[in-house]
Design a protein around this ligand. Structure first.
Ligand code: ZN
Length: 164
C-alpha cells in the first residue's frame, strides 16, 4: 500500500481507496498527479546535473584527461585563465591601492606579496621609512595597512580572513 497525496485537498490517502475520503477526488486523479510530480523531479535532477557539468567545464575546475563521448560532444572548453597571470594582476592592483593610501607612494617597496596581501615599506610623512608593514588591499576604499588604518587586533582579523 502506498500513500497518495490528493491533488484537490492535499490530504494523504491510500492508493487502495477508490477516491479521496476527504473530498471525493477519484484515485485516478491522484495517480496522474503523482506521475506528473515524478516526471518533474526527474527533470530537475537532469537540469541540476547539466548545470553541474557546465560549471565544471567553464570553471575549468577539474581537468578530466580521460575524455569520454559526452565530453567530446561538449562545447569547446574556453581557455582557462592563467593562474600566474591572475596572481600578477592581483599584486599590481593591490600595489596601486596601497599606494593611494601612502603618504609617499614613490618610495614604496614590496615583499612577501600574495594576491591582495603583502608587506610594504615606504616613507612616512616625515621622510623616514616606516619599515615593512603588512597590508590587505582589496580595492581603493578597502586598503588596510597594519598599524595605520586599522588597529593591530582588527588588522589581524582581516589578515587571517583574507591572507591565510
Ligand atoms: Zn481530497
Amino acid at each position: 500500500m502506498a500513500l497518495l497525496k490528493c491533488p484537490e485537498c492535499k490530504k494523504k490517502f491510500s492508493d487502495k481507496a477508490a477516491a479521496c475520503p476527504s473530498c471525493g477526488a477519484p484515485l485516478s486523479m491522484a495517480l496522474e498527479a503523482k506521475k506528473q510530480a515524478d516526471k518533474n523531479t526527474k527533470k530537475n535532477y537532469v537540469l541540476i546535473g547539466a548545470i553541474a557539468v557546465a560549471f565544471l567545464i567553464f570553471s575549468g575546475g577539474k581537468k578530466d584527461e580521460t575524455s569520454d563521448s559526452s565530453a567530446a560532444a561538449a562545447p569547446e572548453i574556453p581557455a582557462k585563465p592563467d593562474p600566474q597571470l591572475t596572481e600578477i594582476k592581483m599584486r599590481v592592483f593591490a600595489q596601486g591601492f596601497v599606494e593611494s593610501a601612502l603618504k609617499d607612494p614613490e618610495s614604496a617597496t614590496y615583499r612577501n606579496q600574495r594576491g591582495v596581501c603583502g608587506e610594504v615599506n615606504a616613507k612616512n610623512g616625515f621622510g623616514g621609512f616606516t619599515g615593512y608593514r603588512r597590508y590587505v588591499a582589496v580595492s581603493k576604499d578597502l586598503v588596510a595597512i597594519e598599524g595605520e588604518s586599522l588597529k593591530g587586533s582588527e588588522f589581524r582579523k582581516v589578515w587571517n580572513q583574507a591572507c591565510k
